[in-house]
Write a protein that binds this ligand. Sequence first.
Ligand code: SAM
Length: 333
Amino acid sequence: MTLGGLDPAIGTAENYREWAQEARGRSPAYDLLATLVADDDAILRFLGTLPPPKRQPNLLFAAARYLLGVPPDITTLRALVSENPAALAQVMLARRTQTNEPARCATLLPALARLPPPLALIEVGASAGLTLLFDRYSYDYAGHLIAGSDPDAPTLRCAPRGPVPLPGGLPIIAWRAGLDLNPLDVTDDDDVRWLSCLVWPGEDDRQERLAAAVAAARRDPPAVHRGDLVKDLPELAAQAPAGATLVIFHSAVLPYVTPENRKRFIDTVRGLPAVWLSNEAPGVVPGISAPRCAGGPFLLVRDGDTPLAYTDGHGAWVQWLAGPPAVTGHAAL
Ligand SMILES: C[S@@+](CC[C@H](N)C(=O)[O-])C[C@H]1O[C@@H](n2cnc3c(N)ncnc32)[C@H](O)[C@@H]1O
């Protein structure tokens, strides 16, 4: 089981080789870079000086990009490791992989829009809160258009697959709050630069979307509270207004949480008067057995027991499930 993008059962070099496969097709530059790092003794030695969770490829490459001003290649990365290892280590120790992908809103919106309005939203693992701004963005589901409240916010393009219940409009959001171990501030230029460094080279459309979403968020910044998704969730949930449907949701967060804390989180969220939407890789939420869907890393599940859709990790498509996959009795953390 991987934790924060690293499998503790295998060595750092092997983790970089596996990660290269993940980058394949999406970012040829990072596919090559991770493959070369896996065989580079000096870089592996440098990584060995860091605590294991800080050895992630995504963190190393984003930190190098942050310092270099451009995405690293093997030559610039080797030079950085040999000439300025302290600066590189400092960024890697201070920062986290907190990629915030606003386009995930397009894959969650059909599920949200079916709930009784108004909605009160809590996103755990919200990063900078860009995935809390459902009603600001506009949407284009292969020609089915929905206008957001901010005409200058980006239009999220998402291909619907299967019987997606596309909404006619946006749900009324009465209240929203994020919770994150380390909230990023959309009004802070350095935090925004870090978010941009986390996008992979070759993904220019994501950079453009991120910049437009940050600009929209800056016009009315979302509240993202500092806290842990187990310990601090009940207190935040208690602040939601009565009379609104409370929705607790998360995307790409539980892989960073230990198996014990995932179980605690699931017990906690189940004990709250809320709809729970989980958008994570299949197997992350226990009890749902679903076959892997080619190219679709996430499974959208309601209340831990009702799979709704496969979703593209970057919001490019949503595949609604006609019939749910089997529910098993086994936890597959
Ligand atoms: C990959 S980002 C995903 C951000 C956002 N959900 C999205 O889909 O764009 C994961 C976020 O989870 C946060 N996180 C990890 N463990 C957490 C915990 N125990 N409590 C709260 N937030 C956590 C990280 O700080 C990070 O901002």
